[in-house]
Design a protein around this ligand. Structure first.
Ligand code: HEC
Ligand code: HEC
Ligand code: HEC
Length: 196
């Protein structure tokens, strides 16, 4: 009887006062909160500094960042894996390239760039009407966006990486934009050109 009373009393207090739920934490993988000035998350200050230096020193900065700051993609208590991202984004070189793997990006960008195999409007990365985003992200080796793009900043147009880590190798992409498209000669295939 006493126990039931105590439970009831606690429930009333809980309903009136509102129990505070513990805040979400990503156990074991604390990540500094970019932009918050809070470095007490420990361990990854160097990585944050590296990203900030890259942004400072690069010619092209992701407009998402210029407009909204780090918080547009990272939040202190986001459950989004080691990087505390606000929405799903995959790790790794080869990925499952479905729309919902990249919710972070497709919150702002149109997922047609990934999904429309033939198009003259969904993306500029195409050869005529052949969508080269689709081409590189389908088949048995779908690549991550970060194979070609740096999500923060780059010296190259369209946030294209100069180099990308492939196993132990820093593979150069040698991307050159031109009036109607561009070309690249990465380690993974001969020089190729696309034209719209
Ligand atoms: C457009 C979304 C976006 C914005 C804005 C953004 N980030 Fe990121 N960030 C990502 C993604 C996606 C990753 C994981 C993939 C990667 O590392 O390339 C990441 C990874 C990181 C990492 C881990 C890098 C590593 O080597 O493991 C750090 C540190 C970081 N971001 C810091 C920042 C800081 C600081 C800002 C603001 C100045 C910022 N980010 C703004 C999307 C973003
Ligand atoms: C908060 C909104 C937002 C988010 C989230 C976002 N972007 Fe962007 N991004 C923009 C805006 C705005 C631009 C500039 C306009 C444009 O080119 O579409 C841009 C530009 C780009 C460009 C350069 C386009 C060019 O031709 O110069 C790339 C590449 C890019 N984003 C990739 C990504 C990737 C990859 C992600 C996910 C990790 C992502 N974006 C997440 C808003 C966003
Ligand atoms: C194989 C390399 C490669 C991969 C993988 C890749 N991109 Fe791109 N992307 C490019 C190139 C090259 C351009 C520049 C096209 C142009 O303007 O000539 C581009 C352009 C863009 C643009 C500008 C708008 C457009 O479509 O032309 C956005 C946004 C973008 N990419 C987002 C992404 C996102 C999000 C992913 C992952 C889901 C991704 N990219 C994966 C190479 C790539």
């Amino acid at each position: 009887m006493k126990l039931i009373f105590t439970v009831l009393a606690l429930m009333v207090v809980g309903l009136l006062g509102g129990f505070n739920l513990p805040e979400y934490r990503n156990p074991g993988k604390e990540f500094p909160v970019p932009g918050s000035g809070d470095s007490s998350y420990s361990g990854n200050d160097e990585k944050e500094a590296a990203v900030r230096n890259l942004i400072r020193d690069s010619r092209v900065i992701h407009a998402a960042l210029e407009n909204g700051g780090c918080e547009v993609c990272h939040l202190p208590h986001s459950p989004g894996g080691p990087w505390k991202l606000n929405a799903p984004f995959p790790e790794g070189f080869y990925v499952t390239a479905r729309k919902d793997s990249f919710e972070l990006c497709f919150g702002c960008h149109d997922s047609d760039l990934l999904e429309k195999e033939v198009t003259t409007t969904a993306t500029e990365f195409r050869n005529g009407a052949q969508n080269l985003h689709f081409r590189h992200m389908n088949g048995d080796k779908p690549r991550n966006c970060t194979v070609c793009h740096n999500v923060h900043a780059s010296d190259a147009e369209h946030l294209i990486n100069n180099k990308v880590r492939f196993g132990k190798w820093m593979m150069p992409l040698n991307y050159r934009p031109d009036e109607t498209g561009g070309s690249c000669s990465p380690g993974c295939h001969d020089a190729q050109r696309y034209s719209r």
